[in-house]
Write a protein that binds this ligand. Structure first.
Ligand SMILES: [Fe+2]
Length: 381
């Protein structure tokens, strides 16, 4: 099947990339950018442009209501460009501000795949975590307050005009956030490579992203200012993001969404909690794909693909343990009685579930959730 890549026209990667963003805004003649930032990067945002309108109200889990308030602020400010600087939440919000603040289209009309009418304002994205890959993806994910579910706007108009990835911005990211966002990026790569719609056009990014992240995540968590490890994570995160538009994720993301929307567990952490259990379930449907993933994770080749694949996921389980992330839903105050509901809501994210290499029904989804509830790991298939 043919695959379409919607690429960022200008991508600057490397230490010092942030200063290029300011230079680029000046060179484009931008007079009043609207900057969506997270509070802890306000100082970086202020250096981008002397006359910027800076909004730092974006928190984790932005909602449709939050976006509406930002759209009002942006309409009042009448910017001539929009910049997102922060983690995935700030970037997702900035992308929609750029597309909707001077449009007659409403958010309700834009939800879904390919429904966004356009974008009139130039858009820059500057990630400050290594995780979501939102800076190069056509996706924006928000929490819909009415239904308490995550909804997506997916459109080529959300791909920014320019992206500046500066690994130096990530050295202040706390260890648990480094772990969670890094595992999110790793999952983007894994779910794109072992995917019902996997494609050779993005396979290389996916496998290389796995190598970069698996090889350096624990170092970055333990040594926050290790620039080499941070650079590898930024690269892996970028590669994961490049997979998100054309192939996208699958059951790990779908099943994890209710943990974010109902219990406000950070996106990357919710992904990590379910990741090993979903992969273990998926192995029989695509053993050769999971064997290649295992080798990229750093596992040794075993007697056959199934055994190699399992060795990889056992290694992944240990790697997550070394990052120190809590891996028991029971320890996060998720009621066990809610498992059927969480499983059902995850299965309802059909735009991602249809990508999964192995069909999952309610009993299997609950079984996956129960394994994550106990945080138990069976190292045999
Ligand atoms: Fe993700």
């Amino acid at each position: 099947m043919p695959l379409t890549l919607q690429q960022v026209p200008e991508l600057v990667f490397g230490e010092g990339a942030l200063s290029r963003a300011g230079e680029r805004l000046q060179a484009m003649g931008v007079k009043r950018p609207f900057i969506v930032a997270v509070p802890y990067v306000r100082n970086h945002a202020e250096r981008l442009h002397p006359d910027a309108h800076i909004d730092v109200s974006t928190q984790n889990e932005p909602t449709d209501g939050h976006l509406e308030r930002l759209l009002e602020a942006a309409r009042a400010a009448q910017p001539d460009a929009v910049v997102g600087i922060g983690g995935g939440s700030a970037l997702d919000v900035a992308k929609l501000v750029a597309a909707l603040s001077n449009s007659t289209q409403t958010l309700d009309q834009a939800w879904g795949i390919g429904n966004l009418a356009g974008r009139n304002l130039p858009l820059f994205c500057i990630p400050t975590t290594s995780g979501t890959g939102s800076e190069v993806s056509p996706n924006s994910i928000l929490l819909d307050e009415k239904s308490q579910s995550k909804k997506a706007v997916i459109s080529p108009h959300l791909v920014p005009d320019a992206v500046f990835i500066d690994p130096a911005l990530t050295i202040t990211v706390p260890a648990p956030v480094t772990a969670a966002t890094g595992l999110d990026a790793l999952t983007h790569c894994i779910e794109a490579y072992a995917n019902h719609f996997a494609h050779p056009l993005v396979d290389t990014w996916a496998l290389d992203g796995i190598r970069h992240i698996a090889g350096h995540l624990v170092t970055a968590v333990g040594q926050p200012d290790n620039m080499e490890a941070r650079t590898h994570l930024s690269l892996g995160s970028l590669y994961g993001g490049l997979c998100l538009g054309p192939v996208n994720t699958a059951a790990v993301h779908a099943l994890a969404y209710p943990l974010g929307s109902r219990h406000h567990i950070a996106h990357g952490h919710s992904i990590a909690l379910l990741l090993p259990h979903v992969l273990r379930f998926n192995i029989p449907a695509a053993p050769e794909r999971y064997a290649a993933i295992a080798l990229a994770l750093g596992a040794e080749r075993q007697a056959n693909d199934e055994a190699t694949a399992l060795a990889g996921i056992n290694l992944l389980w240990r790697l997550i343990g070394e990052t120190g992330l809590e891996m028991r839903l029971s320890a996060l105050r998720i009621p066990e009685s809610e498992i059927p509901l969480l499983a059902a809501e995850g299965l309802a994210v059909t735009r991602l579930m249809r990508n999964n290499v192995r069909p999952i029904a309610q009993p299997e989804a609950e079984q996956i959730y129960r394994a994550a509830f106990d945080g138990r790991w069976e190292s045999e298939l």
